[in-house]
Design a protein. Structure first.
Length: 170
């Protein structure tokens, strides 16, 4: 019997055309898998970067609020109650709009307690009450504790090397 030539005799080995298609399919699959892996890696990095930005933004808001309240304390200690009242009002507005939404739990409860004192402190400053500087000072200390508990305080990243003094020029 003569050897058959046709499609049935070549079932054991694929044709060159089929091999090229399989190779192309494997290459395309590997490229697609690489693309998906790269996309997922970049998405994870993006999420991490967004979280770091949100944390830095919250820390910045907390630092600005602390600076504003510190300025109000200094103005009240100097007897400039109207300027102190304006700064305290700015502080309480910022506390309500910027800090309360980004903290949770016990620190948020403490921040709400600080906010609840707004009207009495603003009124005392408007009346030039001599006990106002002390009251503002205690609010400042409570704010600092609240910010530290909420982990919004700004800490240096990595070791901080001391700066060598510049030698005087002759």
């Amino acid at each position: 019997m003569p050897a058959e030539s046709g499609p049935s005799s070549s079932r054991g080995t694929p044709s060159p055309s089929t091999q090229r298609w399989r190779s192309a399919l494997w290459i395309a699959s590997a490229a697609a898998l690489g693309f998906v892996a790269g996309f997922l890696l970049q998405a994870a990095r993006l999420n991490q970067a967004q979280q770091q930005i949100a944390d830095a933004s919250a820390a910045l808001h907390a630092a600005r609020l602390e600076a504003t309240l510190s300025a109000a304390v200094i103005e009240a200690q100097g007897g400039r109650f109207e300027m102190s009242r304006q700064l305290a009002s700015d502080f309480y507005s910022g506390l309500q709009r910027q800090l309360l939404p980004v903290i949770e739990g016990a620190p948020q409860s403490e921040a709400r307690a600080i906010l609840a004192e707004r009207d009495s402190i603003i009124t005392a400053l408007a009346r030039n009450d001599p006990s106002s500087p002390g009251t503002l000072e205690s609010v400042l200390l409570r704010l600092r504790r609240t910010v530290q508990r909420a982990e919004l305080d700004v800490r240096p990243v990595g070791p901080v090397a001391p700066v060598a003094p510049v030698p005087p020029t002759p």
